[in-house]
Design a protein around this ligand. Structure first.
Ligand code: AMP
Ligand code: GLY
Length: 430
């Protein structure tokens, strides 16, 4: 099969790496890809993955490329093209594509839609309200004593959520979104959720419109600094599985979240084929969904795809074709850990063009894969080219060994200003 992967981050490198191992893959393109992706070879015929210079949000460009080159399957990594309707557009043109269509992707790009859906179908979530009037929003925030999360309805580059602990902070966040239009149209309506306390974990479920197959648990580390300090980032590292839910408890959370979600989708005629990624807070009164994403997490994809034993082409085909009930997902026993190495200045800014050394040496370590995210190739060097630069990922028979292996690889890699957290998976190992 000829495959086209869309995106350029660490998640997409992990998708390409795993798809390249499939005996079904005979040709692969990635738009726009990155220098790490360009080094991948297909297991079947050793052909190189070809990076094509078309941005992930350039829908007309991607469609024209696909109509000309006729991939048998297109795999979408990031949320933006899904929100723009790439799946609908490809399908209207007779092209097979994996990912939720525009209506189904609303679970990610509209927090109002998700919140109302959860309430309508009894999915455990935070107490919340939806507002476009600042006065009413402030009244609700005051009723929560300002302990709340203020969320712009639409996509806001991961910056549209402000977690508040007092009324002044909540009022400021409400004014920022509703009056000052800090996120433009994306913030014209907001959701305010009560503040939920607990351990936050990531769930992923692969869906085919009727069936949802739950993955093992994982945990991201969103803050830039150790001990969960400093501003939020795209994610500084992740591991799987977490010790915070055993298999019985995970199955129970799946029952509480996915059963009503599938029922709601059926009732509303929403045909969701792709990854549903609920962010979950494990609170004293049970697990609660704080948000839905409609794609693989980044860096969660890096750990899930290094643990997955199935042929990914077969698994994604089943998701597209509605035959997931016939698939058993198999996971390597043990654990995987991904440590993100970021540029100096991230997340506020990022320094670019710093030469990265130690990539070849670290790549020779066993059970370790260095996924590229923000890198570029300049004069024969791999240099930094974005906030999150690399996702250093290792797997082993237990979490401590996977963690140690990932940090051993990190220790071999250097670039000016490199930042990484030394406490990835520490909560689980404490
Ligand atoms: P979201 O994009 O909705 O996942 O929000 C970003 C981050 O804000 C989450 O990963 C949580 O750490 C935090 N957050 C969101 N909603 C809540 C909430 N209701 N209570 C506490 N923290 C929250
Ligand atoms: N891991 C955070 C995200 O992908 O949104």
């Amino acid at each position: 099969m000829k495959l086209l992967v869309i995106g350029s981050g660490g998640r997409e490198h992990a998708l390409v790496w795993k798809l390249a191992q499939s005996q079904h893959a005979t040709k692969m393109w990635c738009a726009p890809g990155n220098p790490g992706i360009a080094l991948e070879r297909l297991a079947k015929n050793q052909s190189a993955v070809e990076c094509v210079h078309i941005g992930a949000e350039n829908l007309p460009g991607l469609l024209a490329f696909a109509l000309e080159n006729k991939p048998d399957l297109t795999v979408v990594g990031p949320d933006n093209p899904l929100a723009l309707g790439i799946v609908d557009s490809f399908q209207e043109n007779g092209l097979r594509i994996w990912g939720p269509n525009k209506r189904a992707a609303q679970f990610e790009y509209s927090k109002v839609f998700s919140q109302e859906f959860m309430e309508k179908y009894g999915i455990p979530t935070a107490r919340a309200g939806t507002f476009s009037d600042p006065m009413l929003a402030k009244e609700f925030a005051a009723s929560l004593e300002g302990r709340c999360a203020v969320k712009a309805d639409g996509l806001a580059l991961g910056k549209g959520v402000v977690v508040c602990t007092n009324v002044a902070a909540a009022d400021a966040a409400i004014d920022d979104m509703l009056l000052n239009k800090a996120f433009g149209a994306a913030g014209a309506t907001i959701v305010i959720q009560e503040f939920l306390e607990g351990m936050e974990i990531s769930l992923h479920a692969l869906c085919d419109g009727k069936t949802a197959k739950l993955f093992p648990t994982s945990q991201d580390h969103k803050r830039i600094f150790e001990d969960d300090q400093g501003p939020n980032t795209g994610g500084m590292g992740a591991y799987s599985p977490t010790p915070f839910l055993n298999e019985t408890e995970l199955a129970e959370v799946g029952r509480q979240v996915l059963y009503p979600w599938l029922k709601g989708c059926a009732a509303e005629g929403i045909d969701f084929r792709g990854i549903l990624y609920p962010g979950i807070m494990l609170t004293k009164s049970g697990p609660k969904v704080i948000e839905f994403n409609a794609r693989f997490g980044d860096p969660e994809a890096q750990i899930y795809l290094t643990r997955l034993e199935n042929d990914l082409v077969e698994v994604l085909n089943a998701s597209v074709d509605g035959t997931l009930d016939q698939v058993d997902l198999r996971w390597k026993p043990g654990a995987a850990v991904c440590v993100v190495m970021a540029s100096g200045g991230y997340p506020a800014s990022s320094t670019k063009g710093k030469v990265i050394s130690g990539l070849e040496e670290s790549a020779r370590l066993p059970n370790t894969k260095i996924f590229h995210a923000g890198t570029a190739s300049v004069d024969g060097n791999i240099v930094t080219n974005g906030g999150r630069v690399l996702g250093v990922t290792s797997w082993a028979e237990d979490l401590a060994k996977a963690r140690d292996a990932a940090y051993a690889a990190v220790a071999k890699i250097e670039f000016d200003g490199a930042q990484f957290r030394r406490d990835i998976a520490a909560k689980a190992l404490a």
